[in-house]
Design a protein around this ligand. Structure first.
Ligand code: TRP
Length: 470
């Protein structure tokens, strides 16, 4: 084990391009990992899931899943990445030479690549909505209408925009280019620096919104909905949703954490990093609940509208149009969403970029171009599947929905299952222990519990997710 840690820094740099290939500071490690985790998953999907699954009951289940499953699985993944000091495929190869475990890593690379193909499209929408909030186009003529008229105006706007071909395509392409720009600059100068700037911004925006939401008249009712658990709402499928949300929001199961942990300095304490990232991600998700529910209650909007794309692209613009200074709130909100999406797409893209860089010995810039260029095509197909290609169906789903379903319901649990089984049972003896207990007596005391979860609890729970999605 020790040998992995010592070879790390030297083996990490050859194809590293500019900026070195380890994160430079502790804050950078946290900011980058947190940036990956906090994305559309916590900001947007979480409140919608909470609404659909009984508010407070879902929140409690989610907290339990993060604690019992999220943190240990995160530790398994980061241990694998830091011990392997390579991309998702290479890390398995290094720890299990001559075995077929690398296939699990390859599935992770595939999953992350397919996920960015559709995630970029949604990120593109947020960019467009930000732009339209700044220019005012989003709210043109929508200020003095009745509630019903407002809703249909924004619905219509969203459908017209998403369903058109050119406009969403352009914003998707801009997002891909933005990602490529950051990623080309390398680990420290690109990913770490971007995260160090964007994450504090995200927290400031979040704080501003929560203060505003909490001071709205009627906020208490919304808070009560969000925090009061109704245990009768808890069913197997609600529990499975909470598990799925945990994987989604903590960026587990698709090679992201293997990749990022390969950039963690050997001085990084994996336990405190995983706990900090999980706690902060959960904090962001909870704050989003604290922002969204009081707002929706205060403006007397229909809770059922919180589902899917409607929440962000219809309900919230409706709220902003009624608020004093709403247009500027709208700018801040879409900026928040864009920042969250950008740091997540960066991490999703990095999985395949490091893969190409290491496996095919390419420079950072070449690897970025090799992986990001085809993305223009894949994302375009996803984007057009709301427009001209809406009738093109795979297994009865549009391209976008097919990729979304296939990756989150199938590929992700399969990859996560392989990771915990590998780290629990097949990695060289002591790999998990050495990485986890590296420094700190607390970690040493917690190790037996972590090991038990990685070996037994996590695989069983992941199988439950898989089975429920069938
Ligand atoms: N964690 C990020 C988010 O919540 C990105 C992400 C990680 C993701 N894993 C995912 C997105 C799986 C979709 C599916 O947005």
């Amino acid at each position: 084990m020790g040998k992995n840690t010592t070879t790390s820094s030297s083996s990490a740099s050859p194809a590293g391009g500019s900026g070195g290939a380890l994160f430079k500071t502790k804050a950078g490690v946290i900011a980058a990992t947190l940036g990956s985790a906090v994305g559309l998953g916590s900001i947007w999907r979480f409140p919608a899931e909470a609404q659909a699954n009984g508010g407070g009951a879902f929140l409690l289940l989610y907290l339990a899943c993060v604690l019992v499953l999220g943190i240990p699985v995160m530790l398994a993944e980061t241990s694998l990445g830091r011990a392997g000091r390579a991309d998702a495929v290479g890390s398995y190869m290094k720890l299990a030479p001559g075995k077929h475990w690398w296939i699990a890593g390859a599935l992770g690379v595939l999953a992350s690549y397919l996920i960015i193909s559709f995630y970029m499209v949604v990120a593109g929408w947020t960019l467009q909505y930000l732009w339209d909030s700044i220019s005012g186009a989003l709210y043109d003529g929508a200020v003095s209408e009745s509630a019903l008229a407002l809703e249909s105006t924004f619905h219509h706007r969203m459908e017209r925009y998403i369903g058109s071909d050119m406009a969403p395509l352009i914003s998707t392409f801009v997002m891909i280019a933005l990602n490529a720009g950051v990623l080309m600059m390398g680990v420290q100068k690109g990913i770490e620096r971007a995260s160090n700037i964007m994450m504090p911004l995200l927290f400031v925006l979040l704080l501003i919104f929560s203060i505003y939401a909490l001071t709205l008249p009627g906020a208490g009712e919304g808070l009560e909905f969000f925090f009061r658990p109704d245990f009768s709402k808890i069913t197997w499928s609600v529990a499975a949703n909470a598990l799925g949300q945990t994987f989604f929001s903590l960026s587990l199961g698709i090679g992201i954490l293997i990749t990022y942990a390969s950039y963690y300095p050997s001085s990084t304490n994996l336990v405190s990093t995983s706990v900090t990232v999980s706690v902060l991600t959960t904090f962001v998700a909870v704050m989003m609940g604290v922002i969204i529910f009081p707002t929706v209650f205060s403006f007397n909007l229909d809770l059922s509208q919180l589902r899917g794309t409607t929440l962000v692209f219809v309900t919230l613009p409706e709220v902003f149009s009624q608020m004093p200074g709403g247009r500027w709130w709208s700018v801040l909100f879409f900026l928040l969403l864009l920042v969250a999406a950008l740091t997540s797409t960066i991490s999703l893209s990095e999985v395949s970029i490091l893969f190409v860089q290491k496996r095919f010995r390419r420079s950072r810039v070449a690897a970025t171009l090799i992986m990001m260029c085809p993305l223009f095509l894949f994302s375009a197909l996803c984007s057009l599947s709301f427009g001209s290609l809406a009738d093109l169906k795979l297994f009865g789903l549009t391209i976008f929905n097919f990729l979304d379903t296939f990756t989150t319901n199938w590929l992700l649990p399969v990859c996560a299952f392989c990771t915990v089984i590998f780290m629990g049972w097949f990695a060289p003896r002591g790999t998990l222990r050495d990485q986890v207990t590296d420094r700190g007596t607390v970690a040493t005391r917690l190790y037996p519990a972590i090991c038990f979860i990685v070996r037994w609890v996590a695989p069983v729970l992941i199988l439950v997710i898989l089975i429920t999605s069938i």
